[in-house]
Design a protein around this ligand. Structure first.
Ligand code: MF3
Ligand code: CO
Ligand code: CO
Length: 255
């Protein structure tokens, strides 16, 4: 499938979907507290997306996924299914939100600390956050996807942490997961060339231990093989003439 270039109207639609996605994360952040279940977070987000935003939670029924958001706790790498798990102080949790508005997708995730963070938790959360921004800093016309992957990989591995290879960022638009695949490792000057109008996600998963992962028997939940902590942050971006626009910034990050 060819990589789509969004025209100005489509770019505006992506801006709206991105802003709504960020609004959900802004809304749910204060709810991530000791004693809350991941099912409650799912229900609150679902109701907000459907009843307040008049939008669609893209994960629900996506390839059989049973919930409206992903919640990935501690050694869960990604695609955690909300359930009766109760969050406790010291947990780290990724909340991954994908919203469809007027036919276009916005996709973003953030890490949240439950109560007071542990030293290891803080370390892996900060590394994955900063790795995402190292990647974003490479996102401009003329650069290639390999420049993004390389920046992320070298930054993470220099800290003796590892980058998950089985899952990647992706083109996004009318389709949730479009071409291209956006790897979080690679070589500079290789891969697809970036062009204005491309929209894709960057979403590095960083493990405190080794990079290897395992898929649980529910068919969705991905965990670290060595049970080390894992963290992930995700933004949807638009390549512009001069660089990129991050479409899923939180309200406090927007100017
Ligand atoms: N939001 C995830 C991503 O960043 C995809 C989740 S698919 C689901 O690409 F089915 F698990 F929701
Ligand atoms: Co994504
Ligand atoms: Co996502």
């Amino acid at each position: 499938m060819a990589i789509s270039i969004k025209n100005p109207a489509e770019q505006d639609a992506m801006r709206l979907a991105g802003r709504l996605t960020a609004d959900v994360l802004d809304m749910i952040g204060p709810c991530v507290q000791p004693g809350v279940s991941t099912d409650e977070l799912d229900r609150i987000c679902h109701d907000f997306i459907v009843n307040v935003q008049h939008a669609i939670p893209a994960p629900l029924n996506y390839r059989g996924f049973p919930k409206s958001i992903c919640t990935s706790v501690n050694h869960v790498v990604c695609h955690g299914i909300p359930g009766d798990r109760i969050l406790k102080a010291g947990d780290i949790v990724n909340v991954d939100i994908t919203v469809i508005k007027d036919g276009f997708h916005g996709d973003s995730s953030r890490m949240f600390f439950v109560g007071k963070p542990t030293v290891q938790g803080e370390r892996v959360v900060r590394a994955s956050h900063d790795a995402l921004w190292k990647g974003i800093a490479q996102a401009r016309p003329g650069n290639r996807l390999g420049d993004i992957g390389h920046a992320i990989q070298t930054f993470v591995e220099a800290q003796d942490l590892s980058v998950v290879r089985e899952y990647c960022g992706h083109g996004i638009g009318r389709v949730f997961h479009e071409d291209p695949q956006v790897l979080h490792y690679g070589n500079p000057g290789t891969g697809v060339e970036l062009r204005p109008g491309q929209t894709f996600t960057i979403e590095p998963m960083v493990n405190a231990g080794k990079r290897h992962v395992r898929l649980l028997s529910d068919g969705w939940t991905v965990v670290t093989r060595d049970h080390s902590l894992s963290a992930q942050w995700e933004h949807t971006i638009l390549i512009t003439d001069s660089g990129c626009e991050v479409l899923t910034l939180g309200a406090s990050e927007r100017t």
